[in-house]
Design a protein around this ligand. Structure first.
Ligand code: FMN
Length: 216
């Protein structure tokens, strides 16, 4: 039996976005919106949907955590041998999306992905909680099939005894960060009557950003 949601609708009325008053840098607006999301108690405002598409031309999407906003892009960490890692190896174009219902806001960021410096990945890996470090070793290859949960638990327990709480867990070569160098960032603010505000920053040939308003 089908389910019908066509009567479900909300009116978005919490804010507005004016092209003449946005900052020159999209990164400034991104940081400002993330700060507001944090203040408004959005749970995990750093969680973003990452869309990739490998050589098979089949898009796939999943959540990853934004870990840094740099001068040129955004950084997340993952297993380089995961399904997404394979997509990225075949096609560096990607898009991420944030949606914060509490603020009636959406952000879309597109650009090209590259691995970050291995030393920087290692520095972050070593900062992570011990259990997360062990978990990264268990999940190898991430996205590979595992026959049941017991197998995972046994590997976890074995690694916990190999690397007790106080001993350092080596940084896996298959794990690290990616930076998406930003080409476009679109900021979407919901408005009443579906007259939403959409301001997109796009990169010019000289690397600076210009803005334009898009129809909702
Ligand atoms: C809230 C949340 C945060 C997540 N953060 C990450 C992350 O930072 N890195 C990561 O590799 N997977 C993260 N995941 C798991 C991914 O969504 C995904 O299941 C995993 O990376 C495998 O994706 P793939 O098979 O497309 O490579 C997160 C999932 C959720 C729900």
């Amino acid at each position: 039996m089908s389910m019908d949601f066509t009567d479900q609708r909300l009116s978005y009325e919490k804010g507005s976005l004016d092209q003449s008053s946005v900052p020159a840098s999209p990164f400034e607006l991104l940081k400002g919106w993330i700060n507001e999301a944090t203040e408004q108690k959005v749970k995990e405002p750093y969680a973003m949907s990452l869309a990739t598409c490998g050589a098979d031309n089949k898009p796939s999407v999943r959540i990853v955590l934004l870990r840094e906003i740099t001068e040129t892009g955004i950084v997340f960490y993952t297993n380089y041998e995961s399904a997404k890692g394979q997509d990225i190896a075949e096609n560096p174009n990607a898009e991420v999306l944030f949606f914060w219902h509490e603020l009636e806001r959406q952000i879309r960021i597109s650009g090209s992905i590259a691995k970050i410096d291995a030393d920087k990945s290692a520095a972050y890996f070593q900062k992570r909680p011990h259990d997360s470090q062990v978990g990264a070793w268990v999940s190898q290859p991430q996205s590979g099939e595992v026959i049941n949960r017991d197998v995972m638990e046994q590997t976890f327990a074995q690694l916990q005894s190999d690397y007790p709480e106080q001993s350092p867990v080596p940084t896996p070569e298959f794990w690290g960060g990616y930076e998406i160098t930003v080409d476009n960032i679109e900021f979407w603010q919901g408005r009443a009557s579906r007259m939403h505000d959409r301001i997109v920053y796009y990169k010019e040939a000289d690397g600076s950003f210009s803005t334009k308003r898009l129809l909702p």
